[in-house]
Structure formats: C-alpha cells, structure tokens
Design a protein around this ligand. Structure first.
Ligand code: SF4
Length: 355
C-alpha cells in the first residue's frame, strides 16, 4: 500500500467500484445464511459457471438445513453430480444435521457457534458472518491473497503459514467497517476479474493509485509447485439382462457411497478384451482407466451388484464414471459385436498389439 493511512481510502474505493461494477450472482441477492453457506461450499473447488448451472435448482430441492438433514445420503450425493468433490455434500449434510440437532434448525449468528459446527472452518465462518449478517470478518481466498501480495509488493510465498498470516492481517486491517459484506465481495471479485493470475489489467483497477507492485505479473510468489501424480487402474464392463455390474464405494473411500465400474488387478483385467482407455484429472492426479469387457461367469466381489439399466440414472456416480457409462451404453450394440467401439471419442482405442 502507498501509505499506512490509506486503508480507509482503499476500502471505500473498492466498495464504490463493486457497487457500480459488481457481478450479479444468486448468492449475492440473499442474506439467508444457509443459501450463502451452500454457495460457499459449492464454490470451494468448482468454477462459477458450473455452480451457476446447478445452484438454484439445488436450493429449491434443499431450501433449509432441515431439508438436507432429513435427505437420504444417496439422494444428496446424486444431487451433487457435476459439482465434484463429493465429500463436500456429506460435510454439508453433517452441518445441516448439527444445526437441526443443536440449534433447532435456526442458523447460528456467532463465530464461536459457527466454528463449532462440523464442516465449517475459519474461511466459511467469515463468509457467512460477512455475507449473511454484514459482520466485520475478513476473508482470504486465493484471489484475495494474490491481490494483497501485489498491493504490498510482498514476496512472501502465499502458500506458507507466514504468507497466510500476512494476508489475513492485511485483509482485516483494510476491512470496510460499515460494509464488510460489499468489501469482501469486492476484494474477491477484483482478484477474479482484474487482478488476475499472470498479467493483471491494472489500467482498470479501482485501487491502482494505492498499489505498490512494480512487476505484478511476478506476484504472488508460491512455494514449490505440486507434482502431478499418474494413477492407472483397470476396470471391467459387464452388462447383462440384469443390468450393469457396479461397485458401491465403502465408507472409507474417497467417493464413499457412490457407484463406480468395478476394478480388477491388472493381470486379471488384461486377460479380458480391452474396450477403451479414459484419462481425466483430479486435483494433482492424472488418472488413466483401462476398461476391459468381462464375461458372465466372472466371480463378483461382495460390494458389487447389478444395477438395472433404468436405475442407472438414480445411483450417484462421479462425473468421469457417469460420462463413460453413458458413452458405452450408447455404444452397447457395437460392444456386443466388436472388441472396441467404432467411435472411441475422447476415450482412446487400444493400440494394436505389437509382436
Ligand atoms: S494495480 Fe494492478 S497489481 Fe495492483 S491491485 Fe490493481 S490490478 Fe492488482
């Protein structure tokens, strides 16, 4: 920041800009703490366009904590399809149940009460306090951390404890005392739209006269980059008159309660005809699934069962599994008569065997 006494000037310039140029999202039109909590949870690891496509429908289905608290877990998981990171909906359901059990379904208003709920940490608590109740609680997400590092020309890595402490202290010091709701939204939006990663659009910035960054494109500094880890697994496809063989994930699995195509050890799967490969990315993992066509006499695992074709749409699956199942069901006649589907699409056909 240009001057220590410019904090009020910064907050006011930011809020004025936001009032004129701020984007209109459904979660900005409400002060309902439940609706705000849901939007924050959805936005944690999902892009705004994807959340926009699902948020209002989801809120119509679960308009209060009580609606989600009494929902079946399978139904809740199914409602989350397309948003990914399914642990979030289970955590949200735990939060909803705690609100019903400990607060008679009334959303708490104090930081201590919010932080005592399962699934609510410092960031989410501050989001609910400021957006729902307009309380002075500062927020730091990746966008805010980037803006603040540039504003103070600070080269402390933002993904270290020291970098996070500095960002939180600055966000709190700069907080607009009478309109923290608009201030927090404005700071996040500045990072999303103008002070973006790479080269920011400083010529449009409402606080450029207060910014110290000389080479903002080099900020923020981050500690060592995460390595991408490659993962491979071998799955089987068995579709009979009883339906599609699926496996329900155990309680300790990443996608607990959800359905997926059954896996087999590589040496077992590779004895079966190969259908296709599918690759997809999850956080720092690049996953390759090799899919093989099984035969009826395959021994089944205890967690595996046939799901009738007309029930497949009502069992929860992660997006890569859903896409592959839909694709292969559409190709089912081809699968019955060939070792590989005619159109592999984004799913690679296996390379011809080499001798
Ligand atoms: S002037 Fe540029 S670098 Fe500084 S806060 Fe604004 S957009 Fe970011």
């Amino acid at each position: 920041m240009r001057k220590a006494d410019a904090t009020g000037e910064f907050a006011q310039a930011l809020v004025d800009w936001f009032m004129q140029c701020g984007r209109d999202y459904p979660w900005r039109r409400t002060t309902d703490p439940w609706a705000i909590l849901v939007s924050e949870v959805m936005l944690q690891q999902t892009t705004i366009p994807t959340v926009l496509a699902r948020y209002e429908t989801w809120m119509q289905r679960y308009p209060t904590p009580a609606h989600l608290a009494r929902a079946d877990e399978q139904e809740a998981l199914l409602s989350w399809e397309g948003l990914g990171y399914y642990r979030r909906v289970r955590a949200l359901q735990a939060t909803a149940r705690a609100i019903c059990e400990k607060h008679d379904g009334v959303f708490p208003r104090e930081a201590e009460e919010l932080l005592a709920l399962p699934g609510i940490g410092k960031y989410t608590s501050a989001a609910v306090l400021s957006f729902a109740y307009n309380k002075p609680a500062a927020l730091v997400d990746a966008n805010v951390a980037r803006v603040l590092a540039r504003l103070y020309d600070d080269r402390t890595p933002i993904d270290t404890a020291a970098g996070q402490r500095a960002a939180e202290a600055r966000a709190t010091q700069l907080l607009h005392r009478t309109n923290p709701r608009a201030y927090n939204s404005a700071l996040m939006e500045l990072g999303q739209t103008i002070c973006t990663p790479g080269k920011p659009r400083c010529e449009l910035c409402p606080v450029r006269t207060l910014c110290r960054a000389e080479h903002p494109e080099n900020l923020p500094v981050k500690a060592a980059k995460q390595q991408i880890t490659q993962i491979e697994h071998w799955d089987i496809w068995l579709f009979t008159t009883r339906g599609l063989l699926m496996q329900q994930q155990p309680a300790d699995a990443r996608h607990a309660g959800m359905y997926r195509l059954p896996q087999r050890p590589r040496d077992v799967a590779q004895k079966l005809p190969r259908i296709c490969d599918q690759t997809y990315a999850i956080t720092r993992y690049k996953v390759t699934r090799h899919l093989h066509r099984a035969v009826n006499e395959l021994p089944l695992e205890p967690t595996e069962r046939f799901v009738p074709a007309d029930r497949l749409s009502s069992v929860p699956m992660a997006s890569p599994d859903r896409k592959l199942v839909l694709k292969l069901l559409a190709d089912q006649p081809a699968l019955a008569s060939r070792k590989t589907p005619r159109r592999a699409g984004k799913y690679r056909r296996p390379a011809p065997p080499t001798s």
